[in-house]
Structures are given as structure tokens and as C-alpha cells.
Design a protein around this ligand. Structure first.
Ligand SMILES: O=C(O)CCC(=O)C(=O)O
Length: 372
């Protein structure tokens, strides 16, 4: 029989609290609204998943059903020559991977290994803070709307919640970041964003030029003008086979640069099932987002992906979402639709974004909003 939750978290973080929850409303109040997050729930000593975290069988991730990634995922692409002599071959490899799967890993990307490690430590440092400190960044309480802490993707719109807490930091300028980003992760995140900039610009330029239609002046900069760095924290889960860390979705951005730790659990959809993007030490995962699929008129694939939580260990991942600003028009690049058919229409990125955040994760259906 499930125990009824009676304000357990504050007293029960010592793991003496109830092991089951039957009160959905109270659970949401504590986990979502008061900022305990999934981590607070786990720290309270739960032994079983609350009902709201149990996903229907067809949405669950069965690790042993994953298919061999070898036929789909290219070996990590060495970026050392990108934008230099001999860089054409690298650019070709990027375009091929973006067309075939929409996911690839890169090495020799110019971001120091120690900085990658520091980002993972900073993520843990933030989530290990007491609830009251993290809760200062909840939406509606945060001193700056461009930095916010939360749990699941859209808890007020989702039937089943995701086993993930996050901090999102949207970069506007150094002054704002220095003033408002949490000091536990501020300096290292700013440094990380700066060190990733040349790589991001090189990859996006290679992909856009690979479409062979020329780019208007300033277009590359406009499509990568906005950057958000998210710190994702997946606590160990008592029943990982019943829930998801992140549900099936494609990303909103033009490109995502993902740093994952050594735990694994990131799965990408292919024709015959799901493959795992296994962690490669020092590598970064790059994936095409909806915006680039739209710009390329469907040639580059914004791949559907999802994340499984670990049964025994915490997992962290750090995506940088690279997007246009809301006032930028997106649509297939002009030269791509002169002779052929436009698959997507033209719209403001802000309109696309509003629709994207208007519902929970639902696979690739977000792209229907831009489809003709
Ligand atoms: O944690 C991961 O590996 C991926 C995270 C992700 O898909 C997201 O934050 O949108």
C-alpha cells in the first residue's frame, strides 16, 4: 500500500521518509513548485517511482533492444583541419553525418579536456546545493528570466514527468551573466561558451555551405546568434526501465553541442529502432536541430532522441543550444527551393519557439508547425 505523503521532504532528506507516494498534487507541489526536483525526491529516500513518473510501455527505453550503432553512426570526426587547408574532407564528413543521422561526435574541437571536466564538476556543484539555494532560480522567483532552474520539460503540460532536473542559462552578454548566473557554475560556463564559439561557427558554416546555394551576408551569424547552456542532472533512479530521463524529441535549435559524462543512456531513432550514442572521452556530440532541418529544406535531419536514467548512478549532460534570435526569419534557404518543392514554410523563429514550448515532448511532431 502506498503511503500518503505528509510534507516529507524537509524532514526526510535524511532518508527516513516514506518510500512511496500516493498524493500526486503534493508531489508536484514539492518537486516542481518548491524546487526539490527529482534530486530532492531521491534524497528523501524513495524506493519506488511515484505514479507520475511511470511512462506507458511504448515510451519506455529497453536498453537491450538498442541496435548496433556501427551501421548508422560515423566514427568521431576530427575537426583539426576544419576551415584550414584540407578542411573540405572534414566539411564533407559533417554534411554526410547531418544528412544521414543528424548526430555525430567530434574530436580535436579546440575545447580543452580540463574545461569539459570542469563543466561536469560545476553541474554537480550546482545540483548538490541545498534546495533553498536552487529554488532561488525557479521561474517566477529568479532575479533574471534568462537563468532558470526546473525539472522535467513542461511539468504543467505533461501527463508523465521526466526524471531530470536542469538549470538553463541563456547568454545575452557578459555583464548579465556575471551578475545573475549562479556562482557555482558561472565562470566556467562562460569560459566554455567562449571556447566553443569557433567550433560552432566552423561546423555551422561547413553545413550551410555544404548545401551549395550560397549564404546571404550575415546569415551564418544570425542563425547562431542566441546560445543557451543547460546543465542537466539525472539522479539515480529506482526503476529506470519504467520512466525516461528525457522523452522522445528533436531539438528546437539550429545545432546542439552536447557534453555527456561517461554514464551513457542517450538514444537516437533510426529506421529500425534506436541506437545509443556511447560516450567517447573528450568528444562532443553534435546534433542537428529543427531550425537547421527547416533551413536545409529537410536535407539535414533533426533526429529524434531520448535519454534513459541510470539505476545506480547520477548522470550529467551539458547541451549548448545554438539558435537564431526570436525576430529572425527561418525557412528553406532561397536557392534550395527554386526548382524543387519547399517542405517547410517561412516563419519567425520566435513563432516556432512559442509552439515548441507549448506542449510536452512528442517526438518530431514539433516540425509539423513549419511544414507546408
Ligand atoms: O542528456 C542528454 O544526453 C541529452 C539531453 C537532451 O536531449 C536535451 O536536453 O534536450
Amino acid at each position: 500500500m502506498a503511503l500518503v505523503l505528509e510534507n516529507p521532504f524537509p524532514k526526510s532528506l535524511s532518508k527516513t521518509g516514506p518510500t512511496k507516494f500516493s498524493d500526486d498534487g503534493k508531489l508536484l507541489e514539492l518537486v516542481v513548485k518548491e524546487g526539490y526536483g527529482v534530486k530532492g525526491m531521491v534524497d528523501s529516500g524513495i524506493a519506488e517511482l511515484p505514479q507520475r513518473y511511470i511512462h506507458p510501455p511504448h515510451e519506455r527505453i529497453v536498453r537491450k533492444e538498442a541496435i548496433d550503432a556501427l551501421c548508422y553512426l560515423a566514427k568521431p570526426i576530427d575537426l583539426s583541419k576544419l576551415g584550414r587547408e584540407g578542411g573540405e574532407e572534414v566539411a564533407r564528413a559533417l554534411c554526410e553525418s547531418a544528412e544521414k543521422l543528424g548526430f555525430f561526435q567530434v574530436v580535436n574541437h579546440g575545447v580543452p579536456f580540463e574545461l569539459l571536466e570542469s563543466m561536469k564538476c560545476a553541474t554537480k556543484r550546482f545540483f548538490e546545493m541545498p534546495v533553498e539555494k536552487k529554488a532561488m532560480y525557479l521561474r517566477g522567483k529568479t532575479p533574471c528570466p534568462n537563468v532558470f532552474y526546473g525539472t522535467s520539460f513542461a511539468p504543467d503540460k505533461e501527463v508523465c514527468l521526466e526524471w531530470k532536473d536542469y538549470l538553463s542559462m541563456i547568454y545575452m552578454n557578459d555583464e548579465e551573466a556575471l551578475k545573475y548566473w549562479p556562482e557555482q557554475c558561472r565562470d566556467v560556463s562562460l569560459e566554455y561558451l567562449k571556447k566553443c564559439k569557433a567550433m560552432i561557427s566552423g561546423i555551422l558554416k561547413g553545413l550551410l555551405e555544404g548545401l551549395g546555394v550560397g549564404l546571404e551576408e550575415g546569415a551564418l551569424e544570425a542563425y547562431m546568434e542566441a546560445k543557451a547552456v543547460n546543465l542537466n542532472y539525472y539522479p539515480p533512479c529506482p526503476n529506470p526501465e519504467l520512466t525516461v530521463g528525457v522523452g522522445r524529441h528533436s531539438d528546437l535549435a539550429a545545432l546542439t553541442v552536447l557534453l555527456q559524462d561517461e554514464i551513457g543512456g542517450l538514444y537516437v531513432k533510426v529506421d529500425k529502432g534506436w541506437i545509443e550514442i556511447s560516450p567517447v572521452p573528450g568528444a562532443l556530440v553534435i546534433n542537428v536541430g529543427d531550425t537547421l532541418e527547416i533551413l536545409s529544406n529537410g536535407r539535414y535531419k533533426s533526429a529524434e532522441h531520448r535519454v534513459m536514467a541510470s539505476g545506480s548512478k547520477e548522470r550529467v549532460s551539458i547541451p549548448i543550444f545554438v539558435s537564431p534570435r526570436p525576430h529572425t526569419m527561418i525557412g528553406p534557404l532561397p536557392g534550395l527551393v527554386e526548382d524543387g518543392k519547399a517542405v517547410y514554410g517561412r516563419l519567425l523563429f520566435g513563432e516556432y519557439m512559442a509552439n515548441y514550448f507549448g506542449a510536452g515532448h512528442q517526438g518530431k511532431s514539433s516540425l509539423d508547425f513549419a511544414r507546408i
